[in-house]
Design a protein around this ligand. Structure first.
Ligand code: HEC
Length: 165
């Protein structure tokens, strides 16, 4: 759980850093002086604004999970709750073990859960793209004592797309 909290914080910090960079770019593009360490930001320097479409996209992009491949996505997103070896945990909440879990045999259930969430499991449909979700689902279906791909087939990006609401 701790590492999940940390990775969430890192995500937020990255998002904020991205936002600050956008704000500074805009100031520089407007020909305004960019702040130096000496004179610090003044409240009068902050514009009251609705972000432009471009700024909004860049802000959102800064917070996206860009890891590629099932293992990287698992470690970045899922391991905090389900633990690095998929053993699950009981602490502030109960996180089911993914290790040796027959519910992962058919890919549709794990795909659905990652897209839509369920009870204390948050939805990741807006944070991960189709391929990332297919990859992480295949990763948990073929690790931690699970070996379902050969018999039940791979989860595909197309299948994830169909699952999205
Ligand atoms: C914030 C903690 C948290 C994170 C992060 C998380 N999960 Fe979960 N997950 C849960 C909880 C809690 C449940 C039990 C949901 C329920 O009660 O139905 C669960 C259930 C599941 C199940 C169903 C297990 C079963 O036996 O029914 C799967 C599969 C799963 N998660 C996969 C993932 C994957 C893959 C990721 C990463 C993309 C992930 N989870 C990220 C908390 C989390």
């Amino acid at each position: 759980m701790k590492s999940f909290v940390i990775s969430l914080c890192t995500g937020a910090a990255l998002a904020l850093t991205g936002f600050a960079a956008v704000a500074q770019d805009t100031a520089a593009a407007d020909g305004q002086a960019v702040e130096t360490a000496d004179d610090g930001p003044q409240t009068s320097d902050f514009r009251t604004f609705a972000p432009t479409q471009l700024e909004w996209e860049r802000f959102r992009a800064a917070g996206e999970i860009t890891h590629e491949g099932g293992e990287a996505v698992y470690n970045a997103v899922c391991a905090g709750c389900h633990m690095p070896e998929g053993g699950g945990a009981v602490g502030a909440g109960a996180y089911p073990a993914l290790a040796e879990n027959d519910l992962l045999a058919d890919p549709s259930y794990p795909i659905y859960l990652v897209v839509a969430g369920q009870k204390a499991m948050p939805p990741f449909g807006n944070l991960l793209d189709d391929q990332q979700i297919a990859d992480v689902v295949n990763y948990i279906r073929s690790h931690f004592g699970n070996a379902f791909i050969e018999e039940y087939g791979e989860a595909t990006a197309a299948q994830v797309k169909e699952t999205r609401p």
